[in-house]
Design a protein around this ligand. Structure first.
Ligand code: ADP
Ligand code: MG
Ligand code: MG
Length: 238
């Protein structure tokens, strides 16, 4: 069964359609690349999924449930978590406080936390104030926050933009391990080599429409770039 089904979603800002009938499916265990030029609508689409924007038309199903008017908090509870491009941790709160903030108390909280930290290979003193973490660690703590809320869908908006190549490799290993548990991931990136290395599926957005979809290996780099930019060789040299 699909984790996410986006059907004919339209989003209009000030009369301008930014998403124009988007259809997209995320399956369990899939890492799905969302690619597109600046302003193509990637972040808008992911914010619709996260409940931050309401579509003017169309519908989104998360684990079979229609989102409808669901608030971002309700979408969290249903199982999707958007990891912000810039982590939003409270610098003076400890890692533990950041992760468990507004999390309903549960008897097995501590053991779940330890299991997830093992899965993420996150070795951190939970009492450390978040301001001492580097960017890569902050991102992992954000992912941990989502997983503690039992997220089945993670949305990563350009997660490697501030990471070194080595940190990127470590992140990819961790993401693959999460998908073995059935977590699905939307991965927004401009870097084709990262998408080829990590992703099972690719969708290219251009001007609010999906213009290419499939497995990364089905397309050449040039074909993907052409879809992103709509370069038509027949028309460029007139
Ligand atoms: P991407 O993430 O692919 O770079 P965005 O989804 O951020 O693209 O933006 C798509 C288009 O929608 C852009 O033209 C942007 O200016 C516009 N847009 C995004 N958010 C808003 C908003 N809250 N109000 C008005 N226009 C917006
Ligand atoms: Mg952008
Ligand atoms: Mg964006």
């Amino acid at each position: 069964a699909a984790l996410v089904e986006i059907c004919d979603v339209w989003k209009i800002f000030g009369g301008v359609p930014v998403l124009r009938g988007v259809n997209l499916t995320l399956r369990a265990g899939e890492i799905h690349a969302l690619l597109g030029g600046n302003g193509a609508g990637k972040s808008t689409l992911m914010k619709v999924l996260a409940g931050l924007y309401r579509p003017e038309r169309g519908e989104v199903r998360l684990l079979g449930t229609l989102l409808g008017q669901a608030s971002p908090a309700a979408v969290h509870r249903l199982g999707a978590y958007l990891v912000p491009q810039e982590p939003l941790l409270f610098p003076n709160l400890s890692v533990l406080e950041n992760v468990t903030l507004r999390l309903p108390r549960e008897a097995d909280q501590r053991s779940r936390l330890e299991k997830l930290m093992n899965l993420l290979e996150l070795e951190l003193d939970l009492r450390l104030p978040a301001r001492y973490l580097d960017v890569a660690q902050q991102q992992l703590v954000e992912i941990l926050r989502g997983l503690m809320r039992r997220a089945r869908v993670l949305i990563l908006d350009e997660p490697t933009s501030s990471l070194t190549p080595k940190e990127t490799q470590l992140l990819f290993g961790r993401l693959r391990r999460l998908t073995q548990d059935g977590v699905g991931i939307f991965f927004i990136s401009h870097k084709l080599h990262e998408i080829r290395e990590l992703c099972d599926a690719i969708s290219v957005l251009r001007d609010g429409e999906i213009v290419l979809r499939g497995r990364p290996e089905d397309f050449t780099d040039a074909g993907i770039v052409r879809a992103m930019t709509n370069e038509d060789p027949g028309q460029s040299s007139r």
